[in-house]
Design a protein around this ligand. Structure first.
Ligand SMILES: NC(=O)c1ccc[n+]([C@@H]2O[C@H](COP(=O)([O-])OP(=O)(O)OC[C@H]3O[C@@H](n4cnc5c(N)ncnc54)[C@H](OP(=O)(O)O)[C@@H]3O)[C@@H](O)[C@H]2O)c1
Length: 430
C-alpha cells in the first residue's frame, strides 16, 4: 500500500504513524457476505482503512443494498475503478473463475471465500497467481471463524509435516446433529430449528448432502500440500438419513455422531490419500466430540502423532467479512506467498472402525453376529442393546468388507443392518 509520509527518519515515523490511503476493494458480489464486507468497510476505523471502488451485482433491485456503495452490472467497471484488491463473494463457479483469472492477469491481488471454486479450479487459480506473482488469499473459504490457513502458509515446513486431518467444517449439519443428540428431535425438526436460528440456508441442500464439507476438505488437502483431489473421488455421505436411533446407539456406545471430514496420507509424492466425508461416530474423548452446535474445528496430526487443534465458532456473513478484510490487508501488503502446488494423487476410502446398528431382529443376534463378523476378521470392540436394536463398534475394516457383512446379516435374519463410519479414540490418526 502506498504510504504518504513526510517523515525523514525512523523516530519521526514512530512518533507520528504514516497516513495511509484506503485500500480500494473491487467487490464481486454484494449479497449476504458482500453486504457484510461493505458494512464493515463503512463502519471500520481500526487496523486499516478500506474503500469499495465498485461492487458487481446481477440485479440491482434483487435485495436491499448498503447505502453509498457504487454498484455495477458490468465486471469491466470493477476493473476500471482501479481496485488494489478484488474480493470475490459471488459463489458458484462462473463467472467467479473467469473474473478472478481476469483480475490476476491484470496484476490485481485477489481474495475469495468461494470453496466450490477452489475445490474445482484451485490448481488453475493458484498456478495463475503464482505465474503472475499476484497474491491469492482464501482464508474465508474454510472455517472462516478460525483463521489458520494463513499461518500454515507462512509455515511450510510445519504444514508439510502433517499426515492426517479430521474435522467438523459445516456449522449447519453440526447444529442439526447436536440438536438431535441433545433433544431427541428428529432430522426435520432439528433442521427447522436450525433455519429458525439462521443456521441453515433456505436451501440447505449442499450442507446436508455433505458437499459443502467435501469442498472444504479438498481445499484443506491442497493447502497442506497433501494432494490435489477431484471431489468426485472422495467417499461422500450426507446427514439426511441419520435417525434419533442412530444417535441413541452412539450415546450408548460412548460417543456421538458428527458431520466429519477425515483424511490421512503418508506424505510420499505418489502415495494415495485415504479420505471420507460422512456422518461418523466420534468417541466422547475425541477432540471433535466437544464441538457442539455451529462450532467448527480441524485436528491436524503430524508424523510424530502430535495433534494441532484449531477450533472456534462457525462463520456467518459478519465473521466471514472480517476474515475477508484481514485477507485484503495481507493481499494488499503482499506478505504471504501462494501455497505450493500439490500433486494429483489417487484417493482411497480408508479402513476405519464402524458403528453397526441392527434393528428388527426378533431375538438377540449376538451369537450369529459373532460368527459372521469374526469369520471375516472383524471384531466387536463395544456392544450395546436397547430401543429394539443391537449396536456395536467394530475394529477397523474397509467399506466393502462392512457392506458384505451387513448383506450377510440381512440374508440370515429379518433384521435391518446399517453402518456408519467411526473415528478411533483420541490419539489414533482417524
Ligand atoms: N453466507 C455465509 O455465511 C458464507 C460464509 C462463508 C463463505 N461464504 C461464501 O461466500 C460466497 C458468497 O456467499 P453469499 O452467502 O454472500 O451469497 P449470496 O448472498 O447469494 O450473494 C451472491 C452475490 O453475488 C452476486 N452474483 C451472483 N452471480 C452473479 C453474476 N453472474 N453476475 C453478477 N453478480 C452475481 C449476487 O447478485 P444479486 O445481489 O444481484 O443477486 C449477490 O450480490 C460463496 O462462495 C459462499 O460459499 C458464505
Amino acid at each position: 500500500v502506498p504510504v504518504e509520509s513526510g517523515a525523514g527518519d525512523r523516530a519521526a515515523r514512530t512518533a507520528a504513524p504514516a497516513r495511509r490511503r484506503p485500500i480500494r476493494i473491487g467487490l464481486l458480489g454484494l449479497g449476504q457476505v458482500g453486504s457484510a464486507v461493505a458494512s464493515l468497510v463503512q463502519s471500520r476505523s481500526a487496523a486499516a482503512s478500506f474503500e469499495i471502488a465498485a461492487a458487481l451485482v446481477r440485479d440491482p433491485r434483487s435485495r436491499p443494498r448498503p447505502a453509498g456503495v457504487p454498484i455495477t452490472l458490468h465486471p469491466a467497471d470493477v476493473f476500471a475503478a482501479g481496485p488494489d484488491v478484488v474480493v470475490e463473494v459471488l459463489g458458484d463457479l462462473e463467472p467467479a473463475r473467469t473474473l478472478l483469472l481476469a483480475a490476476i492477469e491484470r496484476g490485481i491481488a485477489v481474495v475469495t471465500a468461494n470453496k466450490s471454486l477452489l475445490a474445482r479450479h484451485g490448481d488453475e487459480l493458484i498456478d495463475a497467481a503464482a505465474d503472475a506473482g499476484v497474491p491469492l488469499h482464501y482464508e474465508a473459504s474454510v472455517v472462516a471463524g478460525v483463521p489458520f490457513l494463513g499461518p500454515l502458509a507462512r509455515r511450510p515446513l510445519l504444514a508439510s509435516a502433517f499426515t492426517a486431518l479430521t474435522g467438523i467444517v459445516n456449522g449447519t449439519t453440526n447444529y442439526i446433529l447436536s440438536a438431535m443428540a441433545a433433544t431427541g428431535a428428529g432430522y426435520e425438526r432439528a433442521l427447522s430449528e436450525a433455519r429458525r436460528h439462521g443456521f441453515a440456508e433456505p436451501d440447505p441442500a449442499k450442507d446436508v448432502a455433505g458437499v459443502d464439507a467435501l469442498e472444504k476438505l479438498i481445499v484443506l488437502l491442497r493447502h497442506l500440500g497433501c494432494a490435489s483431489v477431484d471431489p468426485a473421488a472422495i467417499e461422500l455421505q450426507g446427514i439426511t438419513a441419520i435417525t434419533t436411533d442412530d444417535l441413541r446407539a452412539a450415546r450408548d456406545l460412548g460417543g456421538t455422531i458428527k458431520p466429519v471430514i477425515a483424511a490421512r496420507w503418508s506424505g510420499g509424492a505418489h502415495d494415495a490419500v485415504e479420505a471420507f466425508c460422512a456422518p461418523a461416530f466420534v468417541p466422547a474423548g475425541h477432540q471433535l466430540a466437544c464441538l457442539d452446535g455451529v462450532a467448527n474445528g480441524v485436528l491436524l496430526r503430524d508424523r510424530a502423532d502430535a495433534g494441532f487443534f484449531f477450533a472456534g465458532p462457525g462463520a456467518g456473513p459478519h465473521v466471514t467479512a472480517i476474515t475477508l478484510l484481514d485477507d485484503v490487508i495481507e493481499a494488499a501488503t503482499g506478505t504471504v506467498a501462494a501455497p505450493a502446488r500439490a500433486a494429483s494423487v489417487r484417493v482411497e476410502a480408508p479402513a476405519t472402525p464402524w458403528l453397526v446398528r441392527i434393528s428388527g431382529a426378533p431375538v438377540s443376534p449376538s451369537v450369529r453376529l459373532t460368527e459372521i463378523f469374526g469369520g471375516a476378521g472383524v471384531q466387536a470392540t463395544r456392544v450395546s442393546r436397547g430401543g429394539g436394536s443391537f449396536s456395536l463398534l467394530t475394529s477397523a475394516c474397509t467399506r466393502s468388507r462392512i457392506q458384505s457383512l451387513l448383506a450377510k446379516v440381512g440374508a440370515t435374519s429379518d433384521s435391518r443392518a446399517t453402518a456408519l463410519r467411526a473415528l478411533g479414540d483420541r490419539g489414533t490418526k482417524l
